[in-house]
Design a protein around this ligand. Sequence first.
Ligand code: NAD
Length: 252
Amino acid sequence: MSHNTKIAVITGGAQGIGKATALAFLKKEWTVVIADTDREAGEETACELGTSGMLKFIQTDVSNEEQVAKLVKQTVHRFGRIDALINNAGISISKPLESLSLEEWNRVLGVNLSGAFLCAKHAAPHLRKQGGSIINIASTRAFMSEADTEAYSASKGGIAALTHALAISLGPAIRVNCISPGWIETGPWQKSSRASAETLSEEDHLQHPAGRVGKAEDISSLVLYLVSPEASFLTGSNIIADGGMTRKMIYS
Ligand code: NAD
């Protein structure tokens, strides 16, 4: 079936930043395909945001090539095109180096980094036809660290490098950019069974040069900008959205 509206595939779109991004695309009258492992969250989001067939949830583990190939095939079969791929799915494990198993390391790298590679690989032929764009969600942890975050940090550094590699290989037909968020409060965007009443303290907010912790909408608005024609001179770039935290000296 061919489709006139633009199609965005958002991995990890059932909750958090990905869900906020799905809503932002829907508001611009795009059709959205959410690829997420979490069926409960995916169905809840499809129910909440999925008016008039503009949102489809396809249960997918992005680290599994067969499932990614199926995601792309089903998307193109149903909607005829892919205009944007948002590689947002991510997990983290925080554990001291010496107790981090190879399986745990491989799982984090498999979801966060190989997942983005696999989605780009399978979506590229369709994105090329539309002059589309890829947005990878990295993290400021690609560039600085707390202790015990080796797998997550390495996966995010990999995403930042994968972004420029893809931009060179896929341009000029496909633009590829990266966003590195800092601390983003995603509580309001979690599925109801995961929702918590945790509140942020004044200290949480005021340590940021921007005066507050980030919101999922701070990232979704950047995603929309990067896929738009206004950003047609941006490819291979990384935008840090962290309220200034990685620019702040912390000597005491
Ligand atoms: P989240 O946990 O709220 O949502 C992530 C979603 O990804 C979930 O719905 C989860 O089910 C899904 N997911 C997990 N593994 C998957 C897999 N193998 N295949 C498909 N889907 C999978 O996370 P979030 O905070 O919204 O983070 C989204 C992205 O932003 C991640 O890549 C994360 O590393 C990055 N990020 C978040 C922050 C932050 O402060 N929230 C900061 C920097 C970077």
